[in-house]
Design a protein around this ligand. Sequence first.
Ligand SMILES: O=C(O)CCC(=O)C(=O)O
Ligand SMILES: [Fe+2]
Length: 230
Amino acid sequence: MSEAIDWDRIGADLDAHGCAVVQGLLDAQECSAYAGAYDDQARYRSRVVMERHGFGRGEYRYFDYPLPERLAELRTGMYGPLAGIANRWHGAMGIDTRFPAQHDAFLARCHAAGQRRPTPLILRYREGDYNCLHQDLYGEHVFPLQLAILLSRPGEDFTGGEFVLTEQRPRMQSRVEVVGLGQGDAVIFPVNQRPVNGTRGPYRVTMRHGVSRVRSGHRHTLGIIFHDAE
Ligand SMILES: O=C(O)CCC(=O)C(=O)O
Ligand SMILES: [Fe+2]
């Protein structure tokens, strides 16, 4: 995170659209290093083949602790500013839980509740693979924002495979958002719910995310979730 990130713009985009993009969060070298280490099993605690669980098609691996240094820095560094947005959102949604300013303190809360397993993950999609709409909830403690970083080059390494978000509004039709990402770009999005301003004050909408079918090539992403898993 060498360049300054415009957190006011990110907060405004999240409020208005339910997602925000940070361009070039990782450089091309970092992206290919993560993607190239997909098969380096020593870094990961487990592997999930999506088809076996009805999650879609493709696979992913959860990193083990200790996380690679840069990944740990990214997770801790992004948490602080996002905690401010998360607390504001909880206020707007009438949810009592508040998040501490430091990621360590939030992780201590997760760990005390038995959520001790790291959740950062790397995903790999090949031709025909996709990720069904889902939510990354791993226990009672949920940090309401997460990010996904595209490691591959759209149009060069792969085609298709678009990141999508759906927003389910109470007693209304659902809305969809397709997020255009370049290599190294991150999308920040809600894990579960977000507040939307209505004429009678804010109401809650339910969000899900997924990936459309990869038409050709290989697509890798790095996912950063701030709560740990049971
Ligand atoms: O591959 C993607 O873009 C989505 C990955 C995902 O579901 C996540 O990071 O939680
Ligand atoms: Fe996910």
